[in-house]
Design a protein around this ligand. Structure first.
Ligand SMILES: [Zn+2]
Length: 126
């Protein structure tokens, strides 16, 4: 179902940890899935990590990775996607925003390519 998305516990832990480590800058990466769950994280070379804006150089995305999602962190306690976020979301099926305090699933929101909030559940290892 399109509105239901899954993430492995391992992947969730990684993005929470990375978001915390990058704070107050934004962490941004691409995601691919395995067995219907977001599982792999790709940090793209040449990514600009900024205080209020992060961008990925899409020319640097390695050929052969099948990125179906994105993740970036917000340096505050607000999920609300910016206009730039919404433009970026159009490229991927599922887009995660991680907010402070970067602790658990409640600090992660998932959006589809149209910027509509969708469900995100943990799927345990295969
Ligand atoms: Zn954002």
């Amino acid at each position: 179902m399109e509105d239901e998305n899954f993430i492995t516990e391992k992947c969730l832990r990684f993005i929470l940890e990375a978001s915390k480590n990058f704070y107050p800058k934004e962490f941004i990466a691409l995601l691919s899935e395995e067995n219907d769950a977001l599982n792999e994280i790709y940090i793209i070379p040449n990514t600009t990590f900024g205080d209020t804006f992060s961008s990925i150089d899409l020319w640097m995305v390695p050929i052969g990775i099948n990125a179906i999602g994105s993740i970036h962190s917000h340096p505050n306690e607000c999920f609300t996607p910016s206009r730039a976020d919404l433009n970026f979301f159009e490229k991927y099926r599922v887009n995660l925003i991680v907010k402070k305090p970067y602790k658990c699933l409640e600090d992660v929101a998932a959006y589809n390519k149209h910027g509509k909030r969708v469900n995100l559940c943990i799927k345990n290892e295969f």
